[in-house]
Design a protein around this ligand. Structure first.
Ligand code: SF4
Length: 911
């Protein structure tokens, strides 16, 4: 039976605002009235921050159904829309906006009634959680407690409920095996499945991939295969076949690294074909991410025990509900709904992960249950580890366990390797980075809350045992006071910097403002200038800063030596858990020392000659006029050099694959972008073109009559094209400003026609959830920037139109200029543009049944860039009006307006 509910419900979309009552009455109301009513009476709503944005009333709060859903069904997926919620709850979805308020009330009653059901799976822990939430004045708490029965016996709480991981013996090195070609093909056929036939391209791909498992001929000479395989080849099963075969025969681990979460999820699905039994799958396939993705139980405990207040504390309790039922504790791409932190305006969710490397390892009371430790241990014993490029690079740069370094690696989405390496092997001596280091050494200062502790608190037992170690900790604490502290940005703005690093940042800030040539001062976005012929103030401040950083690096290095000596010759009190903690501290210490050394070397550059391996510059990061960070930056001119040394050469076999591996260039380009160029043994090349019939499935329309810089015309073009396709459009922008202005001009208009529009950087919803919403509604359209160009995998009818606002020119910044100079000027630019266009086009046709248009709103697209599209794809230059007709009429096999279309085809100008 459904629970009675006395509150009204509110729904706001771009098409209007509606309020519904329990008696079934619904009325359309204005923004002001809705905000006024919501301030007086709590109202049931779905996604309060989104409703608040639609009303233009940021302080709106109420009974958010998504929070109730997260309490009742933690760790269960739901798309946060009325339709998505209806699907998750098994209810009928509302057909119109007007029906939504009554549906929301129905869904609320339904969710509350679940709490009384005997077979509710997520009951354990709910009573205690609801009690705590009531003390925090969670709006749903009273309604929830009215339905929950007090348990007869005390229930297991989160920390006792989670299983402990087991310590396993180290794994022996893999056996030497040679994979036979027929065995690889047999495995592929069995993975593809009984009735389905393997295609020649996929068979060839699997064979090429198998080469990386051949025994290595020489030290530091891995088998490297570069394989470009067009969309639809089936490359994941193509490499999983030899990988799983080798893992079993050799008793070794294959690491598969991806760039996007979408591919990571696909790999998990496909790996289930290798190990259909659930328990076997769990032990053989492990998903690994960077530690900052996982919930830190110690941080959560701290948040639950008063470290968090107000709304952040409510979020912590809902996260605790989730953690008890989560599969792996991954807060970013796992089973925590991506929308949950955004309901709390990201209030504190990042503080629940271990972002600053403050883990105390075996000193932590939750060490044996820690999600991060569990995933790390499981990966040692696994056959297949599914990781991402960022983690591979972090492990390579900061790995502390050389025994378990990956030896057989598959980089899928290999065209992103360069960017992943570029950001990992970079250095930034900025205000934000240095204040992080200060906090890591000193711990909380002033009114800071929480458990964050400094070095001396974390290593108190070391200090009491080892006099020199204790002295080093104290010297480091004193030296860290030279780093920027809270309020540094304000002090810089007021011209009152404090300490040598803040003085350096102030000198950098003045020099950047003086020399910036981008004319961006008024735009409110980032400013930069080369580190060339520095201002005397910068030179003086850099010399003082280098002395201050040396004064910190020295005691930290000494401390590292003391800790290593302690591990080599352990004192009596150093039991297994203390040892693990000291080892953990050594690892995070050496990472900090490396960072300090990199900063000192950058400062030496400011004072001395140029190092041709690096590009150095000074920058002020700004967002909408607000200064966010200031400092000195360094990138490798070719970041694949360190990758080749640290990742490729020590391995035995590496496959780099992607649909666009050559990134619109030749194999030389692929060699450069994957690091193969730096290997002594040449890489093998393989390519297989897509089996899709692009001439029948897709069409590229280049719209020639939208004037550059005409915001109204741009927005009008988007609206016309989205209307013509009836939604299902992905709109890609190269500038957030233009995205916002387009969205603001057309969202209401489209909504009134039943075509909802969502946008990154506008809607208070995370990108993953935006894509889920888009996928779930074939009438919805989505606008976004870079992350959407390569991270959207929406096969089928939901994505049938991609609109790109203009040619994606590379940002003409200092780093780009240096690389452009080295790699061939305009041809380098062209390769980047072609790669971006190919990636964007790749969103459109994901399966053999997909059809759609790719529209480029740019009058002057040089023909040399058109090789970005797969061979055979028709490309036409048309006016907007013609493009609208093309989109409306669909592709050639559709019947609507076929004759009009035929006429237009004859008139338009195929390229
Ligand atoms: S072991 Fe480290 S990361 Fe894990 S819960 Fe404890 S402090 Fe957090």
């Amino acid at each position: 039976m459904e629970t009675p509910l006395a509150f009204p419900a509110l729904h706001a979309s771009h098409a209007g605002i509606w309020m519904g009552r329990n008696d079934g009455q619904v009325q359309s109301i204005g923004k002001g009235e809705a905000a006024g009513r919501a301030a007086e009476t709590p109202m049931v709503m779905l996604n309060a921050p989104l409703v608040a944005q639609r009303l233009g009333y940021p302080d709106l709060s109420g009974l958010d159904l998504l929070e109730l859903y997260a309490f009742v069904y933690p760790a269960r997926f739901a798309v946060p829309t009325p339709k998505g919620l209806a699907k998750a709850l098994g209810l009928d979805a509302p057909a119109t906006d007007q029906e939504v308020p009554i549906f929301l009330l129905h869904a609320a009653r339904h969710l509350l009634s679940v709490l009384g059901e005997a077979d509710w799976v997520e009951r354990e822990g709910a009573w205690d959680s609801a009690q705590a939430l009531m003390r925090l004045r969670w709006p749903w708490a009273n309604l929830v407690l009215a339905q929950l029965k007090k348990p007869e016996r005390p229930e297991r709480w989160l920390f006792s409920r989670l299983p402990e991981w087991e310590e396993a013996p180290p794994r022996t090195p893999p056996r030497v095996v040679t994979l036979q070609a027929d065995a690889v093909q047999e495995r592929l056929a069995s993975l593809v499945g009984g009735s389905a036939e393997t295609r020649q391209g996929q068979r060839d791909f699997a064979q090429a991939a198998a080469e990386i498992f051949s025994p290595r001929k020489g030290k530091s000479e891995p088998h490297m295969v570069l394989a470009e395989a067009g969309t639809g080849i089936g490359k994941t099963l193509g490499y999983l076949a030899p990988a799983s075969l080798w893992a079993t025969a050799a008793d070794g681990t294959v690491w598969i690294s991806t760039f996007t979460k979408a591919l990571q999820r696909q790999l998990v699905r496909e790996a289930k074909r290798i190990y259909p039994d659930h328990e076997t799958f769990k032990s053989k396939v492990v998903v690994r991410k960077g530690r900052e993705n996982y919930l830190c139980l110690l941080n959560l405990e701290d948040a639950l025990q008063g470290g968090f207040a107000g709304r952040a504390a409510i979020l912590a309790h809902l996260v605790a509900r989730w953690a008890a039922y989560s599969h792996d504790g991954d807060m970013i791409g796992g089973d925590l709904p991506g929308w949950l932190p955004t309901l709390f305006r990201r209030n504190g969710s990042t503080a629940l992960t271990d972002r600053r490397g403050e883990c105390i390892y075996a000193g932590c009371p939750h060490y044996k249950k820690c999600f991060i430790e569990r995933a790390a241990r499981a990966s040692v014993q696994a056959d297949i580890v599914i990781a991402n490029h960022a983690l591979m690079m972090v492990n390579a740069a900061r790995g502390r366990d050389e025994q378990n370094q990956p030896s057989r690696i598959i980089f899928d989405e290999g065209h992103h390797l360069f960017d992943a390496a570029d950001s990992m092997f970079s250095a930034a001596l900025t205000g934000q980075e240095t204040i992080e280091l200060r906090r890591w050494v000193i711990g909380p200062e002033g009114k800071a809350r929480g458990r964050r502790r400094g070095l001396s608190a974390r290593l108190a037992d070391v200090a009491s045992y080892d006099e020199e170690g204790g002295l080093a900790i104290e010297m480091a604490r004193v030296a860290a006071e030279a780093l920027p502290g809270d309020g540094w940005l304000a002090r810089l703005a007021e011209g009152t910097p404090s300490g040598p690093i803040e003085h350096l940042l102030a000198a950098i800030r003045a020099m950047v403002f003086a020399r910036d040539e981008t004319n961006a001062t008024e735009s409110g976005y980032g400013l930069e200038t080369e580190l060339a012929d520095p201002d005397p103030n910068v030179i003086d401040a850099a010399a003082d800063a280098a002395i201050a950083l040396e004064a910190l690096a020295r005691p930290l290095t000494m401390l590292g030596q003391r800790l290593e000596a302690m591990i080599a010759d352990p004192p009596d009190w150093l039991d297994a858990s203390a040892r693990a903690r000291v080892e953990g501290a050594t690892a995070s210490l050496s990472w900090r020392i490396d960072t300090l050394r990199a900063w000192i070397s950058m400062l030496a550059r400011a004072l001395g000659p140029v190092d041709p391996e690096y590009v150095d510059w000074l920058a002020i990061d700004r967002f909408e006029g607000r200064e966010m960070d200031i400092g000195m930056h360094r990138r490798w001119l070719d970041p694949m050099k360190p990758v080749a040394e640290i990742v490729l050469k020590p391995s035995h076999g590496v496959l780099a694959t992607s649909a666009t591996l050559r990134s619109g260039g030749d194999w030389q380009n692929a060699e450069a972008r994957t690091g193969a160029l730096h290997l002594d043994k040449p890489a093998t090349h393989f390519s297989a073109s897509s089996p899709f019939d692009y001439s029948a499935q897709a069409e590229v329309l280049i719209v020639t009559d939208i004037k550059k810089g005409d915001a109204a015309a741009l927005a009008g073009a988007y609206a016309s094209l989205i209307t013509a396709s009836g939604g299902g459009a992905l709109g890609l922008f190269t500038a957030i400003r233009r995205l916002r202005s387009t969205y603001a001009r057309i969202a209401d208009r489209l909504a009134r026609d039943g075509l909802p529009l969502f946008a990154q950087h506008v809607d208070p919803i995370d990108t993953g959830t935006l894509v889920d919403i888009f996928r779930d509604d074939p009438h919805a359209s989505l606008l976004g920037t870079d992350a959407l160009r390569d991270g959207v995998d929406v096969p089928g009818h939901s994505l049938r139109l991609v609109i790109m606002e203009q040619i994606p020119w590379p940002r003409p910044d200092i780093l780009h200029r240096a690389r452009r100079l080295k790699h061939g000027g305009m041809e380098y630019d062209d390769r980047i543009i072609r790669a971006k266009m190919a990636q964007a086009f790749g969103r459109l046709i994901r399966s053999a049944g997909d059809k759609g248009h790719f529209v480029l709103l740019s009058s002057a697209v040089p023909s040399r860039l058109l090789t970005a599209f797969p061979p055979g794809t028709p490309v036409r230059r048309v006016t907007l009006e013609e493009a609208v007709q093309f989109v409306k009429s669909g592709l050639s096999s559709d019947t609507i307006l076929r004759q009009d279309r035929k006429d237009m085809l004859e008139e338009s100008n195929p390229i």
